[in-house]
Ligand binder design. Structure first.
Ligand code: GLA
Length: 388
């Protein structure tokens, strides 16, 4: 992170002729298991990764506040007086504007500022680049205003920005882990109680490997909201408030009710994924807490199959990556991570075999798809912070 912070500070000084007064950072995340369970009031098991969005900022003498994105090479003005409204089109600055607006509405009094935003979280890669941007912006609002939000509230107001300004009806996982992650730990989060349980993931013999398929997904398309609707319908057909409240036997006995609906088969499969994924997530967290890698790995493979067959959110490149990983010596478990339709896989691997595994995935994936993957190992990182 230090290189990224220094680069961002330097760019700030070059643009504004003085040193940055405030610096904040928020990480991206990888979800080890528990996909599309958060908005069903279920369990997720993410960890923050060593990829961050960093913001360097200082007071502005003008009335306007500006934010410059290094990644997009674009500067825009943002409103800090509480008068912002979501635009019709979704832009990167909307994430910042929406977050600032929600911070102001919740008591942060901002003064005009200039900011430089710089990120090494792959954009649109399923590693929560947008949540890291929102959480870094909320942390900036906190330091400028001298107003600390309670961390869960901070995650929620970032999620609200994503709903309103990015028009993406996401769950709470990404903003939550980016705001509350702890170094060396993965987080089992009960999305109903919003109570996190930190599980140490710090055995040097085991590493988390992220493979970006470099196939981009577009979650502002209809796929994600469609899945949400299908899950809500399934819960209704089962007579429960959320799929979190249903069991597999309950789903089996309700099959005739599903069969009467035109989209009953689809809703049944969505429910099956969510119900089984919740169980797998809790079991995987228990296994990892005991360093029972074998069980955790098996659950990851099962999770992938469930996302592929029942939730139908994988794409062929991602299935190829999971299949390659499964055949390699030293891979304990592997699955797609994030919202789906491209993005990344996450694998649990034996650390001593990291370079052989990386080389093999690189070669086999490129041969099979003609696309070069991006591969990196990460430890569990710290959540958002104000560095200055
Ligand atoms: C996206 C959303 C999350 C979650 C995942 C799928 O990352 O932002 O809330 O629903 O997809 O698990």
């Amino acid at each position: 992170m230090n290189i990224l912070i220094n680069d961002t500070k330097k760019i700030f000084t070059e643009r504004f002729g003085k040193e940055a007064e405030w610096i904040t950072a928020a990480p991206g995340r990888v979800n080890l298991i528990g996909e599309h369970t958060d908005y069903n009031d279920g369990f997720v098991f993410p960890m923050a990764i060593e990829r961050y969005t960093v913001i360097a900022a200082g007071k502005s003498l003008a009335a306007e506040s500006t934010v410059f994105s290094v990644n997009k090479s674009e500067s825009v003005n943002v409103l800090i007086d509480g008068s912002a409204k979501p635009a019709d089109t979704v832009t990167w600055s909307g994430y910042v504007q929406g977050t600032l607006q929600n911070c102001v509405e919740n008591g942060a009094k901002l003064q005009p500022f200039n900011a430089v935003i710089n990120s090494n979280v792959p954009l649109g890669g399923g590693l929560s680049s947008s949540a890291s941007l929102e959480v870094a912006a909320a942390t900036l609002a906190e330091v400028i205003a001298g107003h600390r939000f309670e961390p869960v509230q901070k995650a929620l107001l970032c999620q609200k920005a994503e709903h309103e300004y990015a028009k993406m009806p996401c769950g709470i996982m990404d903003q939550f882990i980016s705001a509350l992650g702890q170094k060396g730990c993965a987080m089992l989060l009960d999305c109903r109680s919003r109570m996190p349980k930190m599980i140490p993931l710090d055995d040097p013999a085991v590493s988390v490997l992220i493979v970006n398929s470099n196939v981009k997904h577009e979650l502002t398309g209809s796929e994600y909201p469609d899945r949400r609707r299908q899950c809500e319908k399934a819960a209704k057909l089962l007579g429960v408030p959320f799929l979190r409240d249903a069991t597999l036997p309950q789903l089996e006995s309700a099959k005739p009710v599903f069969d009467k609906e035109p989209d009953g088969g689809v809703c049944y499969r969505r429910a099956k994924h969510v119900i089984t994924e919740n169980d797998r997530t809790v079991a995987a967290a228990e296994a990892l807490a005991k360093r029972d890698w074998k069980t955790a790995g098996r659950l990851m493979y099962e999770s992938h199959a469930s996302m592929r067959d029942d939730f139908e959110i994988t794409v062929s490149e991602i299935d190829i990556l999971a299949d390659i990983a499964r055949r390699l010596d030293g891979v304990i478990g592997s699955r797609m991570t994030g919202g789906g339709f491209g993005g990344c896989t996450v694998s649990l691997i034996e650390s001593s075999k990291e370079s052989a595994i990386t080389e093999a995935i690189n070669k086999e994936y490129t041969t099979a798809t003609g696309i070069k993957p991006t591969i990196f190992a990460t430890t569990a990182a710290q959540g958002s912070c104000a560095i200055k």
